[in-house]
Design a protein around this ligand. Sequence first.
Ligand SMILES: CCCCCCCC(=O)SCCNC(=O)CCNC(=O)[C@H](O)C(C)(C)COP(=O)(O)OP(=O)(O)OC[C@H]1O[C@@H](n2cnc3c(N)ncnc32)[C@H](O)[C@@H]1OP(=O)(O)O
Length: 264
Amino acid sequence: MHPCVRLPLVASPVAFATGIALGSFVTLLLTHKRLRRPPYPASLLRLRKAELTGSARGAYFNAEDAPEWLRGLFFDPALQRVLLREWEDAAWRRRAGWLGTDLIHNPEGNGVQVVAYFWDAAALTLTGVVKFGPAAESHRGLCHGGAMTSLMDDLCGHICFFSSGTPWCGATVQVNCKLMKPVRVGDVHKLVGRIDRQETKEKGGKPLTKVFISAELVGERGEVFASLEGLSIVPVVMSTIDDAVSKRSWISSDGVLRDSGWLL
Ligand SMILES: CCCCCCCC(=O)SCCNC(=O)CCNC(=O)[C@H](O)C(C)(C)COP(=O)(O)OP(=O)(O)OC[C@H]1O[C@@H](n2cnc3c(N)ncnc32)[C@H](O)[C@@H]1OP(=O)(O)O
């Protein structure tokens, strides 16, 4: 037989094997890419804090996204990384009944953003990594005082939720904010707040706690941009919706404080 006639018979198994190999490689690449694509809520339910290091596997903001001087927060064993599902998982947020994006915790936001919160249960201290984006601007190149005040409101609410047992169990009622230095658009600062004292008394036959909070927004060199004297009260039912989402609790494990919404 002429060699040209035999060639397809020899080439076809080679081409077939090459096709299979190429196909598997492409499938592997696509799968790998899909697994790496954040957010990946299922993994957020399982990963330990130390594993939440890169956007490839973790929350929308991770250690490798943070400036060097704030990176230690992600590895400090005294701190729990806070992962609320409504901040990380936009599709779940919509399904669960939220109407929009969080003023402070919107992964796509470009105003003021707490991109990561860390809770120290022993010291009753909440620390946040904060980004100030262009949508927070007022004076040319500088941020609106309302951006700092909103930030303090958020800390004031969440610090009492973390200390009081369940997500969204109370409300901020006072945010006394001192604006001390202008914050520039593009700045990344650290927010540190603590519970100074708590007063519990009976109201309508049930205990009501006033949580007194102070906080500071600090820069890399320790300069203070804003401070807070705040008050939250717990428990307060703010939402009128009574469902599984409003009955969530905290799950504390492996250095992460998650809400039980990750199980819904
Ligand atoms: C919470 C989410 C965290 C992240 C985002 C942050 C945003 C939030 O915190 S929630 C949104 C902002 N906050 C709000 O909208 C709250 C609006 N306020 C309210 O709806 C009501 O004041 C509410 C429901 C909280 C409390 O009302 P009510 O249950 O009638 O409590 P009330 O009896 O007035 O007050 C209880 C105690 O708290 C005190 N208190 C209440 N409000 C204040 C206040 N603004 N300043 C000082 N003390 C207050 C009262 O004096 C009272 O103490 P005492 O008995 O010693 O006098």
